[in-house]
Design a protein around this ligand. Structure first.
Ligand code: ATP
Ligand code: MG
Length: 240
């Protein structure tokens, strides 16, 4: 579903991604971890072309991601993204946040978009908050609204960039539970997170990055029990 082949990314002279190769099959759940500045956000932002790459190739559902707006729009329709800082539109209600992109991009009618929005708000258990503004919700509710908003585009895959790291501890679980539910329903996911309990529970593979490179990857049992590289062991030693 998603493939990166020999991807290189520079910010000016800074080499942020070095020969990254990764492929994600339909239904697969990947947890991406690594130290701060290792390129995790850069990697997932490249997948929906929030960042341009200078080397290699990214394919999403058979579409090669080039600079053409057609390819970028196609990929953004297929791949939903959830950020650390929710990124809801503050001047719109939760329902309006959820209906905007389907109406604008997929040209669905307002009534259809609202029906879809209520379905997904129900699924993340905040349908009773639909007519409120983001500032009137807790952080955990806002993040679940952001997940519902992404789901309203009915994406084939979801990218999460540290979705729980801006939340108070008591709200982390409700967001992780929502993500676990999505995973159980078969969603293809790439999650940047340091929630290693989540990784053990849902990941098919854990991928470890450092200095812009994928250092090692493996199924969670092996990855945690027997990390191969010194840098992985050092990282796990710090966070576990
Ligand atoms: P964190 O865990 O802190 O979120 P990360 O693994 O997500 O880190 P990235 O945000 O991908 O790391 O950043 C990788 C490197 O690229 C860092 O050294 C960062 O300073 C640099 N970088 C990121 N975005 C930009 C940018 N827009 N311009 C220049 N350098 C950038
Ligand atoms: Mg990051």
């Amino acid at each position: 579903l998603i493939a990166m082949e020999g991807v290189g990314k520079w910010y000016g002279a800074y080499h942020a991604l070095k020969n990254v190769n990764i492929s994600v099959a339909k239904g697969e759940k990947i947890v991406l971890c690594g130290p701060s500045g290792s390129g995790k956000s850069t990697l997932i932002r490249c997948i929906n072309h929030l960042e341009e790459i200078q080397e290699g190739k990214i394919t999403v559902e058979g579409t090669v991601l080039t600079d053409s707006t057609g390819a970028v729009d196609a990929v953004r329709r297929e791949v939903g993204m959830v950020f650390q800082s929710f990124n809801l539109f503050p001047h719109m209600t939760i329902l309006e946040n959820c209906t905007l992109a389907p109406m604008r991009v997929k040209k669905v009618s307002k009534s259809e978009a609202e029906a879809t929005a209520r379905k997904y708000l129900e699924r993340v258990r905040i349908v009773d908050q639909a007519d409120k503004y983001p500032a009137q919700l807790s952080g955990g509710q806002q993040q679940r609204a952001a997940i519902a908003r992404a789901l309203c585009m009915e994406p084939k895959a979801m990218l999460f960039d540290e979705p729980t790291s801006a939340l108070d501890p008591e709200m982390v679980k409700e967001v992780l539970d929502t993500m676990i539910g999505l995973a159980r329903d078969g969603m293809t996911m790439i999650c940047v997170t340091h929630e290693m309990g989540f990784a053990r529970q849902v990941a098919d593979r854990v991928v470890f990055m450092a200095s812009g490179e994928i250092i090692e990857e493996g199924p969670p049992e092996e990855f945690f029990r027997n990390p191969q590289h010194q840098r992985t062991r050092a990282f796990l030693g710090e966070i576990l």
